[in-house]
Structure formats: structure tokens, C-alpha cells
Design a protein around this ligand. Sequence first.
Ligand code: GDG
Length: 490
Amino acid sequence: MARLVVVSNRVPVPKTRGAQAGGLAVALKEVLTPGAIWFGWSGRISADTSPVPAQVEARGVTYATLDLSKADYERFYVGFANSALWPLFHFRPSLVRFRREDYVGYREVNRTLAEALAKLLTPGDIVWVHDYHLIPLARYLREAGIQNRIGFFLHIPFAPPSVLQTLPPVGELLADLCQYDLVGFQTREHARDFRDSCERLLAARVDGDRIAFGGRVTRAEAHPIGIDAEPFERDAIRASRSADTQRLAESLHGRALAIGVDRLDYSKGLPNRFDAYARLLGQYPEHLQKVSFLQIAARSREDVVAYRELARELDRLAGDMNGRFAEFDWTPLRYITRAAPRRTLAGFYRMARVGVVTPLHDGMNLVAKEFVAAQDSKDPGVLVLSHFAGAAEELTEALLVNPYDPDQIADAMHRALTMKLDERRERHAALRAKVFSTTAERYAKLFLGSLRNGDGASSSAASPVGAALRKLAQTDWLNVEPQPARRRTR
Ligand code: GDG
């Protein structure tokens, strides 16, 4: 049986008993069987980095990690990954801070990781690389002689060519992605944007899901990520009897709870959400003193300037709103910038009448799915969801809103707060069926199945389309300069 080798920027090394598993660890739980390797950055910055990974074994899985130097962390992680790629892929080119030295650092870290990983690999291993920090990894693995199947999954959105081409090294990065056998995206739209970008900016040949470029064929597919729905629902039921949930319930004095849970990130649309809530209270005064909004927004990436600025803006907006609407016995907005335990969140979701998930742009958004899984089917809350979360492609029975229109969010919140039980149940039943069938386990198995069985350039499978594309691919040069965008011919 081929070993699975997962590569991600941060590796959730199980350190202590009871350590909390991170999001990706939950998603991959069922496929990380004994013998698997999880490789990547340890999350540590060290003055004395070693090119040999430290290894820890837990339940048969080997966790192999490298430390980063301070300079690498600044250029690779803070710089190119989170100050250039993240804003670009989230449609915020004006926030992109491109620095050549950051890009060089990004590539150097990828090369270092690839060289260390190549030494751990054996020929049958299946390699699954995660997210935007590691786009060039397959190129450096190929340069180190690795011919194994390598898949890549992008957790965040992909941008269309018109946005993408503002990034100076876009051609090189697209060519890097063409080194994978399979590139997975959260939605069909992101996969289409990738294929269009390869066609228009690289002059690659695209046929259906297949992209021929630089002597290889790669496939681009949509693989929406899911959650571990049943355990999450069980946690929500258990937590609804916990002391924290009881305290929250008592503090509401019978008022309806609206809830938002997000990393404190400009892609999550928090200023618009606060504005929308203020509009709800201004335009629908029947909700004054009848609703409390709990926003949990754990601070993240505080080394990046844009995140510090957003935190300051939200402090101000929250203060303004409470100053304007609060009564001596009612605070309309409860705003917390610390993380809460996962199970506590599950209990809070279950208690909420409205879940407000209004990112300006999001790969998937797992909070939307968690909110649905946590509801009591007999008396469920209503999900207000942004059109621009990947989850909206599946969760069409939510109240879908344009997050750039705070009045529309306010109207949807009003509708959610006044929705009759029958309609709430009907919508929730449809959403629940989707969340419980498109689980994390299914996501991981479908991606790996496609990676294992697919018809990539490195396979000898005799598909006529694959063979024709491979032939075309031979004629391409590995041209890393972006081509000017041209009109589509089809
Ligand atoms: C990226 C993509 C894609 C949040 N606050 C707390 C907490 N959380 C948990 C949530 C959820 C996770 O973090 C957040 O996941 P999202 O999907 O909402 O967003 P990102 O962090 O931006 O994730 C995204 C995802 O990758 C997976 O592919 O969906 O589009 O941007 O599970 O519950 N957990 C705890 N305390 C908190 O305060 N314990």
C-alpha cells in the first residue's frame, strides 16, 4: 500500500495529551492511517535551523518538521504568502505588498522544504500538498528527481486572470502549479479561474479539466472541503448543557442570539457586518433590546500590518455601535478577540437564532457548515451566508446575501429573526442533508482517489485525451514570463 505524505505549512505535531487537533488535522483524520507522514514547518522560529527534519511519531503517523529562521519567516510567511498571495487571491490587489526579496525568500523556503522532503520519499508514495504557502513545492521536488504523484489543494479562492496578472511573478507560479498531477479547488468557479489563467497567461492548452504545459499534463478539479459533521453535532448537544452555555443563556434574559465566528481577517467582512447590525437596529427598532450579537474574532497574523489596522478599526466600530444603541441593561454587541474552545463554540452555535457568515471572499468557510451541523433540527437557527463564500455554491437554502450591501445583510437578519418555525425547519433539513453528506472524510477520500487514479502526465494510462494532451504538452516551452491576457478563443 502506497504511503500518504501530507505537506502543509504548519504541522499539527501532537505534543501533549489532549492537544487540540487543528482544522486540517480534522479533515484528514480518516486518511492519515499508520505509515503516513505529515511534513512541513514546525511553526517555530529558530536561530539555528537544521536541514534535517525533526521527527515525532504518534499513532503510527510520522510528523516531520523543519524550523524557519527569522528572516525566512518574515519573507516567506509574513511577506509573500500573507502580504501578497492572500490579498491577491481574496480579490484585494490594493492590499498586496509585493517585494522581490519576499518572493525570493518564499521560493527559497519551498526549495529547502522540497529538498528535505525528497530524502524521505520512496517511489510509491502519494504526496498531497496543502495551500498557497507551498505552490512551488512540486517544481523543486521534480528538480530533485521525484516522479511520484503529487497533488495540491488550495484552501483559499483562486482569482481570475485579470486580477491574477497584477502579481509580477504570476507566470512562474502558474507554471509551478502545472508541476502537480492534480490541483484541487474549493469550488468549480475557482477551478475554472485557474484553467482560464493557464490558458490566457501561460498559453497552456486546456481541454476540459486537463491543462497541458511544459511537458506535463495536470488536472484542475473542484473538491469542496467538508466538516466532521456527526462529532460536531454531538459536541454541540453536549456543550448545550455546559456551564459556559448556561451562563450565556442566562445573560441573554430571553433575547435572541445572533452569532459570528471568524478569524480576525479582512476577508471575513467584519466591518460590513457591524455596519449591517447597526442598520438592523436602526431600521427595525422592534429588535432593540430583543437581540444580542456575539462576535468572536480571534486575532490572527498580527505581524501583518493590514491585520493590525483592521483590529483597530473593529475596536472603534464596536465602541461606536455600543455607544449609540446600548441601554444600561443591554449591550447590543459582544465582541471578543480571543479564541474560544471548539466545543464551547459548538454549544453557542446551537443556542443562536441567527448565524451570520458574511465574508467578502472565502475559499469555503467551515463556520457556515459548523453552524448548520450544530442546530437543533426541531428548532433550528437560520444561516445568513455571503454569496462569495465557497460554501454558498452548496448551501443554497441559507439566506444568501451580498456582503458589500449592509442593508441586504440587515434585511436578511430581520428575516431570520422573524422566520416561522416551518420555514426554518425546511431550510435547515435541506442544509443539514448537504453538510452531513459532503463531509471532511468524503473530501479527503475523493481527492486522494482522483490523485491516485487520475490520468496525469506521469502515468502511463492510455486515455486518448491524455495521450493527445501529453503530445501537445511536449511542444510547450517552460515559459515563466506571464503572457499578456488575450481574448479566449472558445
Ligand atoms: C481557510 C480558508 C476554508 C474560528 N474561531 C475559533 C475557532 N475557529 C475555527 C472555526 C473553523 C475554523 O476555525 C475557520 O475555518 P474557516 O473555513 O471559517 O476559515 P479560515 O481559517 O480562513 O480557513 C477557508 C478553510 O481554510 C478550510 O479549507 O474553508 O475558506 O480561508 O473550524 O470553527 N476555533 C476555536 N476557537 C475560535 O475562537 N476553537
